[in-house]
Write a protein that binds this ligand. Sequence first.
Ligand code: XMP
Length: 323
Amino acid sequence: NWTTGNVIEEQVEAIRALVGDKRAICGLSGGVDSAVAAALVQKAIGSQLTCVYVDHGLMRKGETEQVEKDFVAATGVQLKVVDAEERFLNALKGVSDPEEKRKIIGREFIRVFEQAQAEIIADEGPAVEFLVQGTLYPDVVESGGGTGTANIKSHHNVGGLPEDLEFKLIEPLRKLFKDEVRMVGQELGLPEEIVQRQPFPGPGLGIRIVGEVTKERLDLLREADAIAREELTAAGLDRDIWQCPVVLLADVRSVGVQGDGRTYGHPVVLRPVSSEDAMTADWSRLPYDVLARISTRITNEVRDVNRVVLDVTSKPPGTIEWE
Ligand code: XMP
């Protein structure tokens, strides 16, 4: 007899018994899984848990604040935020190649996370013996299944690290599917924006800028992305689409006209997709009036963006993200 209440109760008891008077660490990404896992463990062991959030400067508008303020307010969790924007931007300087970007972001992420971890371990208090991970049932099946799926892009995930440290894992969501995780999150009182969040890649906006990643370009993309998300939400379409990456073609310019003047700006691409599991996807047939509103607002409100184009490629052959 499955209820979210049962799951929470059962897990809280098991985690308490397991952890005893030791401490645990959890990496937060801003995504649903790590947030719900952390909230569950927090409910069980309170201040014996410390969460780490690495702000790599590649998040979308408002997302870091959601974790820093709303998540903490909802859970009372002990949170260590590491502002590493400059470090990531420096490491990404001059890099345009997608795989190289992914590797750099993944590598820097591990370094920053390990540093934070070492500081927590060095704090006064009981030994830190546990690492919390938001592993879901499909992840368990996938990694054990050995289906031989080719690795198309090197994925980056919070918490799947570091390999050489001897933590015991706490994976309270191991038996759950995504929709069940959302229900548990809701029951735990997490903010709607986190519980209902659509997938967002670990390397963040870094892989949604085709070309070099700079602070200025990130700011442009953040504005454009925020507008697209706002309009999709206002149109009630969040549940209909899997996600809608907005991609900045930073190395492309085209001529436009605005007011009395010629412009020479960048295009952004809208990539709305529908999917069951992200393995395959189809482009979403969004209503024209919603697309029109997004396009008008982005070109009016985002400096240097003078064109909005729609990606009408399914997966395969296109991937969902552009890099
Ligand atoms: P692709 O682009 O491979 O994306 O069709 C499939 C799904 O995975 C997300 N994605 C990632 N998620 N770390 C993640 O946690 C990553 O490095 C990563 N790369 C892509 C993507 O947003 C889509 O939902």
